[in-house]
Design a binder for this molecule. Sequence first.
Ligand code: SF4
Length: 459
Amino acid sequence: MEMNEPMASYHIWTVGCQMNKADSDRLASALEQLGYTFTPRADEADIVALNSCVVRQGAEDKVTARLDSLKGWRRARPEGTLALMGCMVATRTEALQERFPHVDYFMRPQEFMPLVEFAAERQGMACDVDLALLVPRRPQVSTFVPVIHGCDEFCTFCIVPYRRGRERSRPIPELVREAELLAERGVKEVILLGQIVDRYGHDLPEKPDLADMLEAVCAVEGVERLRFLTSHPRDMSQRVIDAVARLEKVCEWINLPFQAGDNKVLASMRRPYHIEEYVELVGRIRATVPGVAISTDVIVGFCGETEEQFQRTVEVLEELRFDVVHAAPYSTRSGTIAARNLTDDVPPQEKRRRMQVIEELQERIATELNTRLLGLRVEVLVESRQRGRWTGRSRTNKPVFFDDDRDWTGRLVEVEVTHTSPWSLQGRLLDGALPGSIILSRMLPEQESSVGHIPLIPV
Ligand code: SF4
């Protein structure tokens, strides 16, 4: 690949989950290696890509507003290129083309190669795409790696399977190679992504599972920590739980959505488990993985959810005392099974009230869990400096802040916790960085709380 026109620029705007963020990073990497430079101003870019999300109405509205705002840019720069990618783009694009005629490319999730090929041609370059082209050149200390795309599940409320297609796992050697490239470029923590990450491998010829893949990526020198999300309760096998307990690089943190505490509501959501099985699973994870933090996702006010059924969700939250709860009020997504067959009959003000009940409950639980950490030491992977303070995450995905004049970016340090809030920890740096590749064994107490990345499936 030869560069002969290095001044072209691109702008990527992203909403939605970590999978979108990972896609945007990969597209950015490809464009940069084709000689494009990032510009924070869309109106100055030669190529603009909007990476969209339609899981909630609010996200879709943002994308629509952003697309409309670019009509003026398109008129002023007819030679510019505008691409819409991500979950707003279904298999058929006629309706989108009619609604947004100023868009040049409509690309489904992960399917951004037409834009990369166009960008290469525009630069007069060949486009021999390989993995290295897509791995970010300057990745963040903690970087997302999609390991399984799509979802075969069809929960009644969810649009994802219609937009991201059937499940497709990436082979282990490809993931190991990507982790090696990332480690060479300074990445210390890899976050393995899937809509249902614990279904990893079932579609591959050798049928490896998530435990096999975790073991393989753990062997990559330079990668100090691994995380994975999002898990499905039905697919969380004892083998995977044992791997989390056994593999030192795998952090003690699992995101395990339960969505509702009532079995009838779960059935109408097409969630294939009973709440009793979920409670048993959480108990087994906690018994197997010392100090594990578990976060969850909950939908409030799903079609037909009575007050009594909502109270079952509250009871589960009280009983299991999650480290983090991602709660969202139900909203109908056009094209889903629920939109076709169920009635969104819980009034908006009642949904808001139920949300408030959960938020207040979780704030109390998180406060109690975090207070227990006062005076204890946590291992922190330092990610960046924000407003003069170093910030990173504990192994249980809790944001930790501390002060120090030296540069700790990408280093593992030990911090003594001096202040806590429901959402983060503050502390005092102890004894400088931990030696290069040494990973501390489980030193966190049981029930450490975690406040982390937004869930992959924001429902
Ligand atoms: S909620 Fe998750 S498991 Fe269910 S259909 Fe959506 S992506 Fe798949």
